[in-house]
Design a protein around this ligand. Structure first.
Ligand SMILES: NC(=O)c1ccc[n+]([C@@H]2O[C@H](COP(=O)([O-])OP(=O)(O)OC[C@H]3O[C@@H](n4cnc5c(N)ncnc54)[C@H](O)[C@@H]3O)[C@@H](O)[C@H]2O)c1
Length: 465
């Protein structure tokens, strides 16, 4: 099948490469000429494990090419995906400017019978609007068939995007006509043969399903964070509580790790957009608003814990940060909790030295001309620092040489925002370890007698998007 993917970012490029791998002839479009030139030369504009090899293989096989022009790409296309970004506007709604720009370009383009598929996350009803726009111009032109628009929201998670696309837990197709449903069923047949389930529904339900999933995931994260805070105040240990929660099949094991709050390119913006849609529909959305509020407070709690540790003042304090991307496996720093923390620390007069194995360039660009110092290694940023804050659980941070950390850290204190360190182990190296949801010193908890912790057999899924 000839497939066009408009927007060659985290979602579009993975979609294009994986559909080419499945035997389709794919043209990926992007309006960023520099990005297109790099991709044609086999160079990735961002970090995604395994994507460079896949890109090289598909270029080599001649199944994948790159274009800056939608008109050139659309010749003979049977399916065209829209995968451009839909970031937040100041009022919270999704910014559809880039998407609609592409739609207008499509409306001015001569193409044959082609299903237009919206893969970007868009507010409910956007597919209806796009179909109307396209048919008012393109579909109305003499000899042109009526344009059909389907919704096929994406659920891949950065850092494991190729695996997720190759073996999706489900493929959601929202189609209001038989023809587009059939075209997508044909395109995804190889994935279904490998075990993926195709879920057909109407277009609005598919659009909503994407927001509903992200709302549920965000709610779990805010709930466990709120419970962790409560556990700390009441003298309970959240780690033990989490083991109980995770062992309950009705609750499930995923997204139950207290931390610095959710971030990334999807959850925060999708929550905001859904709340905005609710507002426009006259719905109060109490839960969604609370989820968002708890998340905002969670980032603040980490900052407060650091500030309180230093007696309320951070002036002249040097804080080392491990991890800048919003989660491991990606260089994406969009709405990363690390950036919010850095801004707060700098605002309070601290100096910040930060290190991340892959996201330093992205963070440098996002932080602009703030005074953040970027170190060459994890140990390097600890030199003369008053505290170390672990923000992203990259593999290299999981079992560091604490002896070497302790030798460099002036303050001897580690704030573990991901809950991966054993405080006892750090204590043996002379380091104090603070974890969110830990009972404050001085609050007596009941004495527990238990066997050593066994690793959790159920792997913890990572934050999506
Ligand atoms: N990133 C994720 O993990 C993820 C997961 C699921 C869904 N989504 C959704 O997928 C969509 C894309 O997200 P992303 O993370 O890939 O965004 P991105 O910013 O990485 O990529 C978007 C790409 O579109 C290009 N673009 C913008 N306007 C264009 C135009 N007019 N013509 C051609 N190209 C244009 C940009 O240059 C960029 O390369 C969003 O709606 C997002 O919410 C993202």
């Amino acid at each position: 099948m000839k497939v066009v993917v408009i927007g060659s970012g985290y979602v579009g490029l993975v979609t294009g490469c994986c559909l080419a791998e499945a035997g389709n002839q794919v043209v990926c479009v992007d309006h960023d000429a520099g990005k297109v030139a790099a991709l044609r030369a086999g160079r990735l504009p961002f970090h995604e494990p395994g994507l460079d090899e896949l890109l090289a293989a598909q270029l080599q096989a001649g199944r994948l090419s790159f274009e800056t022009s939608i008109a050139r790409a659309m010749r003979h296309a049977a399916v065209a995906f829209l995968a451009v970004g839909t970031p937040s506007q100041t009022n919270g709604s999704a910014n559809l400017e880039n998407l609609l720009h592409c739609v207008h370009e499509l409306a001015d383009t001569a193409f044959e019978d082609c299903v237009i598929v919206v893969k970007s996350t868009v507010p409910i009803g956007t597919g209806d609007h796009i179909e109307k726009l396209l048919n008012a111009k393109h579909g109305a032109a003499a000899g042109q068939p009526r344009v059909r628009v389907a919704s096929n929201p994406e659920f891949l998670a950065e850092g494991r995007a190729i695996r997720d696309f190759r073996h999706p837990s489900r493929i959601v197709v929202g189609a209001n006509d038989e023809g587009s449903a059939q075209a997508l069923a044909e395109l995804y047949a190889p994935f279904v043969e490998r075990g993926a389930s195709l879920m057909f529904m109407d277009r609005r339900s598919a659009e909503f399903a994407k927001y509903a999933c992200n709302a549920m995931l965000a709610a779990r994260i805010s709930m466990v964070n709120e419970l962790a805070g409560l556990a700390g105040s009441l003298g309970a240990g959240m780690e033990a509580v989490c083991r109980v929660l995770k062992s309950d099949p009705r609750i499930g094991a995923g997204y139950l790790q207290p931390g610095a709050g959710y971030g990334g390119s999807c959850l925060p913006k999708d929550l905001r957009a859904l709340i905005r849609s609710a507002q426009e529909a006259g719905e109060p959305a109490y839960m969604l608003r609370s989820v968002q509020r708890v998340n905002r407070l969670q980032g603040r709690k980490l900052f407060d814990a650091i500030r309180d540790h230093f007696g309320g003042g951070l002036r002249q304090r040097r804080i080392a940060i491990w991890g800048l991307s919003f989660k491991p496996g990606t260089d994406d720093v969009r709405s990363a909790p690390s950036l919010a923390l850095i801004h707060a620390l700098l605002g309070a007069g601290a100096t910040v030295s930060a290190y991340d194995p892959v996201a330093m360039n992205a963070a440098r660009a996002a932080l602009g001309d703030t005074a953040t110092v970027f170190g060459e290694s994890a140990l390097n940023v600890c030199e003369e620092a008053d505290a170390l804050v672990l923000m992203t659980e990259w593999e290299e941070f999981k079992a560091p040489d604490f002896e070497a950390v302790a030798a460099r850290l002036r303050g001897g204190v580690v704030f573990d925002a991901r809950g991966i360190y054993r405080p006892g182990l750090l204590r043996r190296h002379g380091l104090q370890c603070h974890r969110l949801g830990e009972r404050p010193a001085g609050l007596q908890a009941g004495k527990a007698v238990r066997a050593p912790l066994a690793p959790n057999p159920q792997a913890e899924p990572r934050t999506p998007g």
